[in-house]
Design a protein around this ligand. Structure first.
Ligand code: PLP
Length: 459
């Protein structure tokens, strides 16, 4: 029977002549089609040999080829509805951009822009200058430059200022961020020598003092962005480190992680370190992400004293880590919103989601419940309940925002199955499973997002 099935497989040439596949040549070159035919035949052969495939018509073979090729168009990056309860979700691309940033991105993407040209006289310009002026005004730093992300910002800063020399850091700040950003490894790759001081829970100023030697290049402070250390603790403040650095002639660098441009407590949230405060305290260089609390595109910002930022800019690695016109256009438009933070919570989606009043979330949840009740089909229990959202992406760890969630359960269906149904709908909706129940956080959903959820039937 296996032999018969194998013999029934058409040859590559036969399939290539098949009239039914001719329409594929509109979107695919003959080489791509041929590769797909070969690949599909190999897969079918394997399935037959393993006994998984028990019968096969020519029609099945053709539709498998068609699915393989059409999948190249339909798979890939898709807009997703974030109902996960993690507001800045790294796996969903972090901050959604403000409309101004989207518009700027669209304008910049389709044609030439004044990226590195002075429109005054046509002379050579600097790509970072567009954002630099804004960062200077917003944070009080002397100079700034932009790289791909904050990991790159830390790498470039350390490599520029401390290659072959020692960087002193507290053992309580040797962080790991998701996606394999581990500070000790980044330090090693940047060519500097890690000199850990203190203990996990307690580091004193004299620990830093005692560690300073002839080969010390930097004192590094890293924001504990995704964890907290509680209990019997002691941490040296940035201003103490700055005073120590000044007295010994050693620059102080701070990796702020999320680095907010405004004090979030003015919007009723918990305060996260503000870049301008670090600058005011006298830090020499500070690095932070543009796509976390700042709400912009993926980028890393290096801000600080001119002398140091200039050395960082001159590093040949900067060329390898530089950002393109798309990032610059979106970042510039996002930064402009901060020039007047009045009403920022209406313009910046991240801030809008984080500050959304719970009454509004509740009303939203009820609307969503109503839509889902009509769409999901029979037997579902859909309730609005109290829940909590988190900020995510290494900002404000252990800070929970009260929210409303829609719980969806069915007596004959597991939560995982409902989770997948939402994920496979169009657009995909990412909820979460908590205590074996499927839930959607209404904080970051708009009712129009879920109007197309299809019915889910039992079985
Ligand atoms: C998030 C974070 C990073 C990495 O930033 P990316 O923008 O993700 O590259 C580095 N350091 C700290 C403290 C962070 O919170």
């Amino acid at each position: 029977m296996i032999q018969n099935l194998l013999r029934s497989l058409p040859s590559v040439d036969e399939l290539l002549r098949e009239p039914e596949l001719q329409s594929l040549y509109r979107n695919f070159s003959s080489r791509i089609v041929k590769d797909s035919v070969r690949k599909t035949l190999n897969l079918l052969r394997e399935e037959i040999l393993s006994g998984r495939l028990k019968n096969l018509s020519r029609r099945d073979v053709l539709s498998r080829i068609r699915e393989d090729l059409e999948g190249l168009f339909t798979r890939g990056l898709k807009p997703v509805v974030n109902a996960s309860g993690t507001v800045i979700h790294t796996h969903l691309g972090r901050a959604p951009l403000a409309q101004d940033a989207v518009d700027a991105l669209m304008r910049a993407s389709g044609g030439p822009v004044s990226l590195e040209i002075e429109l005054e006289d046509g002379s050579r310009g600097e790509r970072d200058s567009h954002c630099e002026e804004l960062i200077v005004r917003l944070t009080g730093c002397e100079s700034a430059c932009i790289v791909n992300n904050n990991a790159a910002a830390v790498l470039l800063t350390l490599n520029s200022l401390a290659r072959g020399r020692e960087v002193i850091i507290s053992r309580g700040e040797l962080i790991e961020i998701g996606g394999s950003f581990r500070l000790p490894e980044i330090m090693e790759r940047s060519g500097c020598i890690l000199k850990e001081v203190g203990t996990t829970n307690r580091t004193h100023l004299h620990d830093y003092m005692d560690a300073i030697g002839d080969n010390t290049a930097l004192l590094l402070k890293v924001h504990k962005s995704n964890y907290t250390i509680r209990g019997f603790t002691k941490e040296v403040s940035l201003s103490e480190l700055v005073a120590l650095g000044r007295s010994r002639g050693i620059p102080v660098v701070e990796d702020l992680g999320s680095g907010s441009l405004v004090d979030l407590s003015r919007y009723g949230l918990k305060k996260e370190p503000v870049v301008s405060e670090s600058i005011r305290e006298g830090v020499d260089v500070v690095t932070f992400s543009a796509d976390k609390l700042l709400g912009g595109p993926q980028a890393g910002i290096i801000a600080g004293k001119r002398e140091f930022v200039e050395r960082i800019r001159q590093n040949p690695l900067k060329r390898a880590l530089r950002v393109d016109k798309l990032t610059i256009s979106a970042l510039e438009a996002t930064l402009k919103l901060y020039l007047n933070p009045e009403g920022l919570e209406k313009k910046l989606p991240i801030l809008r989601y984080l500050t959304r009043p719970v009454e509004e979330i509740e009303e939203n949840a009820r609307r969503i419940k109503h839509i889902l009740s009509a769409r999901l089909g029979r037997g579902f229990r859909i309730e609005v309940e109290e829940g909590t959202s988190v900020v995510g992406s290494g900002a404000l760890p252990d800070y929970l925002l009260p929210t409303r969630v829609i719980t969806i359960t069915h007596p004959g269906m597991g939560a995982e199955r409902i989770f997948k149904h939402f994920l496979h709908s169009n657009p995909p909706v990412l909820g979460r499973v908590e205590r074996e129940r499927f839930i959607l956080d209404a904080r970051t959903i708009e009712p129009t997002h879920i109007e197309h959820i299809g019915p889910l039937t039992h079985g």
